[in-house]
Write a protein that binds this ligand. Structure first.
Ligand SMILES: [Zn+2]
Length: 77
């Protein structure tokens, strides 16, 4: 995640640790969205998800969300 002086930018962490997002996608935030929480709310409207992966939270754009194998977001102990 990259933080700018004007609001925040939430970019895609997918589809996995070894692969950068094919589109280097970032959430298109509303002008009124200043915090990461608000920007992620904007992203959910466009189909973004936030899921737990390998014990941390990652942001996935709609493309990477569907590229991830089912069950990839479950907890591994
Ligand atoms: Zn992506």
């Amino acid at each position: 995640m990259t933080v700018h002086s004007l609001g925040v930018k939430v970019s895609c962490d997918g589809p996995d640790d070894e692969t950068d997002c094919p589109q280097s996608a970032a959430i298109r935030a509303s002008f009124t969205s200043l915090t990461a929480t608000q920007v992620r709310a904007d992203g959910r409207r466009d189909g973004w998800v936030r899921r737990r992966h390998e014990g941390r939270l990652v942001d996935l754009c709609p493309d990477c969300k569907s590229a991830s194998p089912p069950g990839d977001d479950r907890e591994r102990l």
